[in-house]
Design a protein around this ligand. Structure first.
Ligand code: PGA
Length: 256
């Protein structure tokens, strides 16, 4: 049976009250429904993490952070370290999201340092990669994904492979309402999985690959059913409790 994870990236959205509402609906949902082996994670803004943890503490829902610093500690005003995130009670962190890459210039060594700090602090990581529309059109998707993985994951300690999830998020699909065709998603996930097994001694381990980019309650069935898709990283549609729980229901259905 394949792994399945449904993850909510709230980005810079939600105040405390909205966090409380969303987390409370999610808590009731997982208390009422058998989610089996499906992993559910939410990634609120830093300021709302404690509130979400407080509400979801006795459930299977994991709470993580959307980013962490690549530095251990010190004079880095405004930064939050991986150890601080762990200390707060988080289980995981998103690294390399395309909004961090395009708006904050994160790439290469910066991403490597963040991965290193996160794993060393005991956090699981959702590592995001994706191609621009120009690259997709010029048929260079695999080339860019391979370049990112080879430069950013190349010196990853193999003991941490079990703590790694990759999110394939085409940059042009994020927040746009557009998604690749199911066969394009399947082919790209196969490419990523094959590349990972070429680069690392996986010893039977399979690194899960999530799809992200305009995943919603309407297209969830089609996308999450793809064999090589191990779940979704959901932005916009995760801000509505109704659509997020409906996506989880779809995942339960597929895994059932
Ligand atoms: P979206 O965002 O679902 O709003 O497209 C996904 C993401 O950025 O992770």
């Amino acid at each position: 049976m394949k792994n399945m994870m449904i993850a909510a990236n709230w980005k810079m959205n939600t105040n405390l009250e909205q966090t409380e509402n969303l987390a409370t609906v999610l808590k009731r949902f997982v208390e009422k429904n058998d989610i089996g082996e499906i992993g559910i994670s939410i990634f609120p803004p830093f300021t709302n993490i404690s509130k979400a943890i407080e509400i979801l503490k006795d459930t299977k829902v994991r709470v993580g952070a959307q980013n962490c610093s690549g530095e251990e500690n010190g004079a880095f005003t405004g930064e939050v370290s991986a150890a601080m995130i762990k200390d707060l009670g988080c289980n995981n962190v998103i690294i390399g999201h395309s909004e961090r890459r395009t708006q904050f210039g994160e790439k290469g060594e910066v991403i490597q340092k963040k991965l290193h700090r996160a794993f060393d602090s005991g956090l699981d990581v959702i590592y995001c990669i994706g191609e621009s529309l120009e690259m997709r059109i010029s048929d260079r998707t695999n080339e860019i994904l391979s370049k990112l993985i080879k430069t950013e994951l190349h010196n990853l300690d193999s003991q941490y492979l079990k703590n790694l999830t990759i999110a394939y998020e085409p940059v042009w699909a994020i927040g746009s309402g557009l998604t690749p065709l199911p066969n394009q998603i399947a082919e790209t996930h196969v490419f990523i999985k094959n590349l990972m097994s070429d680069l690392f001694q996986l010893n039977g381990l399979s690194v899960p690959v999530l799809y992200g980019g305009s995943l919603n309650s309407k297209n969830a069935q089609e996308i999450l059913s793809i064999d090589e898709v191990n779940g979704g990283l959901i932005g916009g549609a995760s801000l509505s409790a109704e659509s997020f729980t409906s996506i989880i229901e779809t995942a339960i259905d597929i895994m059932g």
